[in-house]
Design a protein around this ligand. Structure first.
Ligand code: SF4
Length: 431
């Protein structure tokens, strides 16, 4: 594997243009605490994703310059980072209320001592991705799609990360040789029609590197769609620059899944990043993770999902937090997730309701769960409870199982017989 510096070149020729480019609507305005925490940073730097990346907060010492930390908290964070490191972009830090220990943005980014002291069911690789890796970095679990893990680097290290096990290996990027092996596997398997680029976060790679991978995939006839999984629109939206959007436009159909977890992450900057992606012809879906104290109520999920629709992002999945070692303290019960969906269904648009999914341990794959609306059933009827608890009976028959006969055509009363030419001339007929 390459090191970060081999592939990600902060100073190189492929330096992307700053997202402060006047031609990109809509304009960003500063994130909430930017002035307070980073008031001396000029717009040119703040809107440059490579400046943001270079200036990530990666130690408790740096963090203490921004956040008030007691001696105990300082020591705890220091201890945790020896096992699970810390990385926060200045932009994401500026979204936090650093005086509130329960701030839902801070809880996703600032280490907690519970990561190493609470242990219920978490294991390193609950989804058994290593077992399903057909060549290094390529996970082939479902019949028609594969996951390409191109790097383990992320701009922000989420405390709930499913691939937290990779953090101990330091920063790595797949070599050209590794990538060629993945491509060869995909070339040789004609039932693979969907390729997901992920990581880490694959957008930590340069545009040139990403374009090479996507270009190679597009040479494979049976690859119909490419999906990109990235948290950049949420944690470093400045990364969505015009050069990246040009790649999206050139190589579609591409779908992009991102990862907002709370409404506090929806900002003018993240909305502008999403807008740029959509203008490049790429639909944006959201995959959030259900976490205790962060987004585990009906009210919080409703605000998140309604906020996402306002910036044109479709809430796609709400995932049960995987049973990953170091994340036990953030997990809620599966029942909590089902109750949240039950509390949303009917009370807000169906578009705002994600699929609640559990990625089953032992590599069992994803299943989706719904509240149970069926109260009773007979052979031809089902009794439902609606979203307000009202009981309603529904017939459960199809057209090839008629339960009632109707009058033959000659018995239809005159008033129900229409003049066919007149009907055909009409734009539409309402009966
Ligand atoms: S962006 Fe995704 S892969 Fe990266 S740390 Fe967060 S959850 Fe893990």
């Amino acid at each position: 594997m390459d090191t970060l510096s081999d592939s990600y070149n902060c100073e190189g020729d492929d330096e992307p243009p700053s997202s402060s480019d006047d031609s990109e609507p809509p304009q960003c305005i500063p994130a909430s605490n930017r002035i307070k925490l980073f008031g001396t940073v000029p717009d040119k730097d703040w809107n440059d994703w490579k400046w943001q990346f270079r200036n990530r907060v990666t130690s408790v010492e740096q963090l203490s310059k921004y956040a008030p930390l007691s001696a105990t908290r300082y020591a705890e964070i220091n201890t945790v980072t020896k096992t699970y490191p810390l990385s926060i972009t200045p932009y994401y830090l500026s979204l936090m209320d650093l005086n509130n220990p329960q701030d839902p943005v801070a809880m996703q980014a600032i280490p907690s001592i519970e990561e190493i002291t609470v242990r219920y069911t978490g294991v390193e690789d609950p989804l058994e991705e290593e077992r399903d890796s057909v060549v290094p970095g390529l996970v082939h679990r479902y019949p028609d799609r594969v996951l390409m893990v191109l790097t383990d680097i992320c701009p922000m290290l989420c405390r709930h990360c499913t691939r937290k096990r990779e953090w101990k290996n330091g920063d790595w990027v797949r070599t050209p040789d590794d990538i060629e092996k993945m491509l060869n596997y995909i070339r040789g398997n004609t039932n693979i029609r969907d390729v997901i680029l992920s990581g880490g976060d694959c957008l930590t790679l340069s545009n040139k590197h990403l374009a090479n991978v996507i270009h190679s995939l597009r040479q494979i006839n049976h690859v119909e769609i490419i999906r990109i999984g990235t948290r950049f629109p949420v944690v470093l939206p400045q990364r969505i620059d015009s050069e990246f959007c040009d790649i999206l436009s050139e190589y579609g159909p591409i779908w992009l899944n991102t990862h907002f977890n709370t409404v506090n992450e929806i900002t003018p900057e993240s909305a502008a990043a999403v807008d740029r992606i959509i203008r490049a012809g790429v639909p944006v879906n959201n995959q959030s993770v259900l976490m205790r104290g962060i987004n585990d109520t009906v009210e919080k999920q409703t605000r998140l999902c309604q906020g996402l629709l306002k910036i044109k992002v479709r809430p796609y999945y709400l995932f049960q937090c995987d049973e990953v070692q170091g994340t036990d303290h953030l997990r809620t019960s599966i029942d909590t997730g089902i109750k949240i969906i039950e509390g949303m269904r009917g009370f807000t648009s169906g578009l705002a309701i994600p699929n609640f999914a559990v990625d089953l341990p032992q590599g069992g794959g994803k299943i989706t769960l719904q509240p149970n609306y069926i109260v009773a059933r007979s052979e031809k009827e089902i009794l439902f409870s609606n979203y307000r608890g009202r009981m309603i009976n529904c017939n459960n028959v199809s057209a090839d199982q008629p339960v009632q006969t109707y009058p033959a055509p000659e018995a239809i009363p005159d008033k129900l017989i229409y003049n066919l030419p007149e009907v055909m001339d009409a734009d539409r007929v309402i009966i």
